[in-house]
Design a binder for this molecule. Sequence first.
Ligand code: HGY
Ligand code: MN
Ligand code: MN
Length: 423
Amino acid sequence: MDGVTAPNVVAAVSESRLWDRLMAMARIGGFATPEGDQGVNRPCLSALDREARRLLIGWAEAAGASVSVDPAANLFLRWEGADPSLAPVLTGSHMDSQPQGGRFDGIYGVLAGLEVIEALAASGARPHRPVEVVAWTNEEGGRFAPGCTGSMSFTGFKPMSAFDGIVDADGVRYADALAQHLAEEADLARRPLGYVPHAFIEAHIEQGPRLEAEGQDVAVVTGIQGSRWFTVTVEGRTDHAGTAPLSLRKDAVQDALRAITALNVLMHDPSDVLRFTVGSVTVEPGTSNSVARRVVFTIDLRHPDEGVLRPRGDAIPGVVQAALRTCTARVHERFTAWPADFGPTVPEAVARAAAALGLKAIRLPSGAFHDAQFLAPVCPTGMIFIPCRNGVSHHPGEYAEPAQCANGARVLTEAIIKLAGRP
Ligand code: HGY
Ligand code: MN
Ligand code: MN
């Protein structure tokens, strides 16, 4: 570990403690699949989410960190700096999961951040700047779509009120779930919403195959591709499946199929860089013997180049309307994250940290979005990726090795010490 800034601190990162905590968290909302995978279903602002946060808070307070929550329910663990008045170096990720999620997406970055605090505590180090670990609210957007509502609120990308009316599958409003969550965490110290960090750095599994395939230890993440989410509501008329002539029907399923087929043509990309996903299709009334009166389907569109993402996304409403035969349709864009470039500061700190630790690293853009996408316009931002098995994520089979998790936490520790000012 030549050239490591604070070898005693980095050496205090514990692979076994980090791994045990990852596995303890995986039991909260955990489930086994018939194939033998261990998945996690931990929706944001749920009782499971609060259970996981309490576990994290217990560990953090035992390590000597102070704990607080902001009005968006973003949870902060603070390790005081030699000069508490300085803007902190902020790290962290999210604790919510996809419904068929894995044991590492998000939670790894939060626990790697806690490992930095543990290492600072064990070595008695007091960096110049405070170090804060954040668990962002609702990164995934699985229960309340879109995702990243916590980090968008924190950075002022959107006012918190913009998310109030989002409802989950049970019709619960985001604002009500947030109010209940904050009430159940009323014993925790409060802090105001938002500040400008000195820097933000997030550790995460790659959620792609390159690090494993190329035998790399970590990735220096250079940026995040853009994402645009839409919902398309196709309105028809329900009819009797046995008696209504096809020539008189307003069949929302048939027109939704025409729209999706036309969108596939719009989104065709021979270079396979563009990502177009229809991940959810709901049909009403949804019975075998009634013609569908309504179909709602989602669109997740991604591309690293705004020059592609913008025109393809802007063309969606016209393509949908032109494809309809008998129904009407509404297209609503509910999430827009333009491509983020992380610039030099934090990626250089990550690259130097990996080199100082003798780890193999490549530079890589992120295909998945992250809260870091919304911090990038606010402060120097970057990410560290660790390999995950077969690149699998948003799947119960998601997996990373204990040593890989520890490597990422050590790079995070070294980079944060460098950014916060050495102890
Ligand atoms: O969808 C994403 O890219 C992220 O994993 N939530
Ligand atoms: Mn994630
Ligand atoms: Mn995810």
